[in-house]
Design a binder for this molecule. Structure first.
Ligand SMILES: Nc1ncnc2c1ncn2[C@@H]1O[C@H](COP(=O)(O)OP(=O)(O)OP(=O)(O)O)[C@@H](O)[C@H]1O
Length: 231
């Protein structure tokens, strides 16, 4: 579904991604893991068209993405939950969710009930300003907004960073439900091993801007953890 070939990316004179290759199968749930600074967020931003790349190919459903604008991603079916959530603090919960409707191709004018079933707290807080929600609620809003776009693939950048454990567990339930029941393809950056093992079916390990190991989650063994994840 997503195929990246020999992707290179620089920030100014510093090369961050080095001949990176990544294949994501339809219906999979893949955790991208690696130590701080190895380029995980940069990779997701490159997929989302938020950063210029130097060379290489990024394909989504067989079509080249690398020369398309960032605005093309959501209508094409790529939902994105950025690091830090990036909800609009002065807009209400409902207004934040409605922004996702603009990216749909079917002209739907109402927020799908499914979003409220997954995150009941959003329905309770529809008229509350985004900025007044707790961090965990804001994260649920950011995921809800991405789901309103009706994505084929959902990409999440550290959805559990700085979030209290009970909401982490709810977010895990939602990701599992979306992937296992609805067949939604999921890619997430995840630092917490327990969460990655709970929701991920596949892992990709990054080091120095490349993917250095790729396998089923049950094969993430102690040796790989020591080599690429332990600090
Ligand atoms: N805007 C920028 N300008 C220059 N360098 C940057 C910029 N953003 C990130 N970098 C550098 O690129 C490298 C990769 O950063 P990136 O955020 O992709 O890593 P990461 O694996 O997601 O790390 P973390 O787990 O800390 O979020 C780091 O060395 C970082 O300092």
């Amino acid at each position: 579904m997503i195929r990246i070939k020999n992707l290179n990316q620089h920030y100014g004179g510093t090369q961050i991604l080095w001949d990176l290759n990544l294949d994501i199968a339809e219906g999979s749930c893949t955790c991208i893991m690696g130590r701080n600074g190895v380029g995980k967020t940069t990779l997701l931003k490159a997929i989302m068209g938020l950063l210029p790349t130097t060379s290489g190919e990024i394909e989504f459903q067989g079509k080249a993405l690398q020369n398309r604008s960032a605005e093309f991603r959501a209508p094409a079916g790529i939902g994105y939950v950025p690091q830090g959530r990036e909800i609009f603090p002065l807009l209400t919960v409902e207004e934040n969710l409605r922004l996702g409707l603009q990216a749909r191709n079917d002209g739907l004018k109402t927020i799908p009930e499914k979003v409220y079933q997954l995150f009941p707290v959003l329905k309770e807080m529809l008229n509350r300003r985004g900025g007044d929600l707790s961090g965990g609620q804001q994260q649920q809003l950011a995921i809800g907004r991405a789901l309103v776009t009706d994505p084929r693939v959902l990409i999440l950048d550290e959805p559990n960073e700085g979030i209290q454990p009970n909401i982490v567990s709810q977010i895990g339930d939602v990701i599992l439900k979306l992937n296992e029941q609805d067949g939604l393809t999921v890619i997430l950056i995840e630092q917490k091993l327990g969460f990655a093992r709970r929701v991920g079916k596949e892992f990709r390990l990054m080091e120095k801007g490349s993917i250095v190991a790729a396998d089923r989650m049950e094969n993430l063994n102690d040796q790989l953890i020591r080599q690429y994840l332990a600090v």
